[in-house]
Design a protein around this ligand. Structure first.
Ligand code: UT7
Length: 335
């Protein structure tokens, strides 16, 4: 068995900044409510015509990750693309990345695990690298939420939370024992699938257009979230799955140098931070700037933390996520 490590990271967010005040002009909400309940100050939204899509943002993030990993597209053996908002209903984003980056006819796999998508994708990459099947796996998490949200007062409980963006990592074979991705831990509980879900169609047929054509009151084409129920489950599952990872490696919370929680809600991250008695320096949050970018949130945060010099060789880095499905997971990494 080989070991696997993250050898390069990158992220991309659209330039268009949407503040809480901007949202309060189009729906009944306000900066105080949004900040108090979620910690979010602003998020990025793709602007129609700015040339971005889920896969295009993924490619932008991937190019940076490849450069930092010091590999070329020819070195990549496998693409794993995590998203809940693919460009098309099918095929997924992975094949579009393969095409846009002029890659060889390597396999491309899409992971549909919403907020846990990146952790699931890292786990898949880790297995392929550790068994020796692949040497370099490109893992992308990317989301284009903005065009499909209900931007009226009816949708305010969901639409103020989500933002667009992409993050990417190269997972590479390594010979260094005891470092890299030590273990990953994945779970699901489909009984709660509808508590955070979107029953409607794909992102190339945007919801507002469908509604204009089919005016009706109860619309399944927008994301639905039972916020308080999701919140209560999130805090429990985050803690469980972090503990599971620590125990598996005979580690304790005191060993964590950097926790990168999925950016669902600043209050959830703060709750988890308190439970594990971590200092502000041991947890990285950027939901204030980007909102919840679902599968992209962990790779964006991980990249930012790394760029800021907050992650150094030898550090114990923990990734943890919870979201729609419900699905949740963690990854324990010795950097
Ligand atoms: O990433 C995947 C996992 N996702 C999560 O973990 C999200 C978990 N849930 C949450 O983060 C929180 O439940 C929310 C931030 C979504 C909502 O916060 P909350 O404290 O649970 O608020 P609530 O839904 O209970 O709503 C409280 C009040 C309601 O008004 P009434 O009934 O008390 O009069 C809502 O209508 O706040 C109202 N409200 C808003 N007001 C202003 C809901 N959304 C808004 C809004 N602006 N955007």
């Amino acid at each position: 068995m080989y070991t696997s490590k993250i050898s390069g990271l990158g992220y991309y967010v659209p330039e268009n900044v949407v503040t809480n005040d901007d949202l309060s002009k189009i729906m009944d909400t306000n900066d105080a409510w949004i900040q108090e309940r979620t910690g979010i100050k602003e998020r990025r939204h793709i602007k129609k015509g700015d040339g971005n899509s889920t896969s295009i943002m993924g490619v932008k993030a991937a190019k940076i990750a490849l450069e930092r990993a010091n590999v070329t597209t020819d070195d990549i053996d496998f693409i794993i693309f995590a998203t809940l908002s693919p460009d098309m209903y099918f095929p997924g984003g992975g094949v579009r990345v393969q095409d846009m980056m002029n890659m060889n006819t390597i396999p491309a796999l899409d992971v549909r695990n919403q907020c846990s998508g990146f952790v699931y994708a890292i786990s898949v990459a880790d297995q392929f690298v550790k068994t020796g099947m692949y040497k370099n796996v490109l893992v992308i998490g990317s989301e284009n939420h903005s065009g499909g949200l209900d931007m009226t007062t009816r949708g305010r409980g969901v639409s103020v939370i989500f933002g667009d963006g992409a993050g990417a990592a190269v997972v590479t074979r390594s010979e260094e024992k005891g470092s890299g991705i030590l273990s990953t831990h994945l779970h699901s509980e489909g009984a709660h699938a509808k508590e955070l879900s979107l029953e409607g169609p794909s992102t190339e047929h945007w919801v507002p257009e469908i509604i204009a054509e089919n005016p009706q009151e109860d619309i399944p084409y927008y994301p639905y979230m039972n916020g308080q129920f999701v919140f209560k489950n999130a805090v429990v599952r985050f803690s469980e799955v972090i503990n599971e990872g620590l125990q598996k490696n005979n580690l304790s919370a005191a060993d964590i140098d950097m926790l990168i929680p999925h950016q669902a809600n600043l209050r959830i991250s703060q709750f988890v931070q308190k439970q594990f008695r971590l200092s502000d320096d041991q947890v990285y949050n950027n939901i204030q700037k980007y909102g919840n970018t679902t599968a992209a949130s962990i790779p964006i945060a991980l990249t930012e933390a790394w760029e800021a010099g907050k992650i150094k060789k030898g550090d114990l880095v923990v990734l943890a996520a919870f979201g729609s499905g419900f699905t949740w997971g963690s990854a324990i990494i010795r950097w």
